[in-house]
Ligand binder design. Structure first.
Ligand code: NAI
Ligand code: MG
Length: 356
């Protein structure tokens, strides 16, 4: 069957890593003897588009995207456009409009990659951070210039939204995931000692949902303590479920602990499959290295593997992940993980390893 994919490379290294992921997926399809194929359409949206047109994406952009089987996204943001405009105008707009309420971010060690945590050889790290992706701290509620305290006294409010339905669906998602892993555990993260409304609701729902999964071990950890636990007791974690902001921060920490932000993959899922899901590396547009072939493509290629799973091609996803491991194991690494290889070198090595 043919899967129709909308590619949105957007900005900076997003363009480089989306090209890498496409090359790897096309190599897989070519090798499948017609079993599956990918039909791509690339969209030019992003900060350059904004500077030309005044919008981050076409006005009917969501309509243009809604019938694709998936969206393959690079990264959005460039120093010429304020970040809150670029993020809300493209990535968050897609996530929220297509109700991609579950953001899945696996974190694990790769062979040949030195991690700041890997001092002891037996340290294991194999987590999935499950991020509530539709509400919480990124609900967009609040405003500027609220109340008048005169010049220099502006008041702004940024509220977080927690709904029982939103909490429950992300927790059931996390528990279902944990149930199918070797380490059956869900750790819930809040700051419910200081944030006494929404996050206490979160804790209440967590307790209620946990009762339906007696086979899964649970814990509730405050986010500050969890950030320490990530470093000090990584082997104690399996599935970590957290609100939008907390999971955003923790997953960057997790990917750095695995070796680099450039390694981290993610899926923004609409689990009901009413709208397309979106697959993207966790990292941003990396203006400091963009355009020089230095970007690590593994986060984007790993996101392509998550897309293959979503398409019901788990064997192909596993094959792709094995090729990534075969590449890092022999030391073909970009600069962020201590090597000298270019984006293209790593991409080519992954493609070669597919058939090894
Ligand atoms: P960033 O993730 O772009 O970069 C942070 C650091 O990680 C930089 O030193 C960068 O060189 C490095 N890095 C990132 N990706 C890499 C890769 N593939 N290979 C090697 N090194 C890599 O985060 P930053 O600098 O905070 O944000 C830059 C722009 O990206 C901003 O405009 C921000 O809003 C945007 N952004 C977009 C995201 C998205 O589209 N999902 C996520 C995070 C940031
Ligand atoms: Mg982030």
């Amino acid at each position: 069957r043919t899967f129709r994919i909308a590619a949105i490379p957007a900005d900076g290294v997003g363009k480089e890593v989306v090209a890498a992921g496409r090359a790897v997926l096309d190599a897989l399809a070519e090798d499948s003897a017609g079993a599956f194929a990918f039909e791509w359409r690339e969209f030019p949206w992003g900060c350059e588009y904004y500077e030309r047109t005044g919008t981050m994406m076409d006005e009917d952009g969501l309509d243009q995207l809604k019938d694709f089987d998936a969206i393959y996204f690079g990264a959005v943001g460039w120093p010429t456009v304020p970040d809150h405009i670029s993020l809300w105008g493209l990535r968050l707009k897609i996530c929220q409009s297509f109700d991609q309420w579950a953001n899945v971010r696996p974190v694990h060690f790769l062979p040949g990659v030195v991690s700041p945590l890997r001092k002891a050889d037996d340290t294991e790290l194999d987590w999935v951070v499950v991020r509530e992706n539709s509400e919480g701290e990124y609900a967009g509620l609040g405003g500027r210039n609220l109340g008048g305290r005169g010049p220099g006294g502006e008041v702004a409010v940024q509220s977080a939204l927690f709904t029982e339905v939103g909490c429950e669906r992300i927790m059931r998602f996390a528990f279902d995931l944990a149930r199918n892993r070797a380490h059956k555990k869900v750790s819930s993260v809040t700051k419910s000692n200081a944030q006494q409304y929404g996050m206490v609701l979160w804790d209440d729902v967590f307790k209620r949902v946990a009762a339906d999964y007696p086979d899964v071990e649970t814990e509730s950890v405050l986010v500050d303590a969890m950030s320490a636990k990530f470093v000090l007791k990584p082997e104690d974690l399996s599935v970590v479920v957290a609100s939008n902001l907390n999971a955003d921060i923790l997953s960057d920490l997790g990917s750095a602990l695995a070796g680099s932000l450039g390694l981290a993959a993610s899926a923004n899922l609409n689990p009901e499959r009413r709208y397309p899901s979106m697959f993207e590396p966790v990292h941003g547009s990396a203006p400091d290295i963009a355009g020089h072939g230095l970007a690590n493509p593994i986060g984007a290629v790993g996101s392509a593997a998550l897309m293959l799973e979503h398409f019901g091609l788990p064997d192909q996803a596993a094959r792709l992940n094995k090729s990534i491991e075969a590449t890092t194991a022999v030391g073909i690494l970009t600069r962020d993980v201590g090597g000298t290889a270019s984006t293209e070198d790593v991409t080519k090595a992954i493609i070669d390893a597919l058939n090894a």
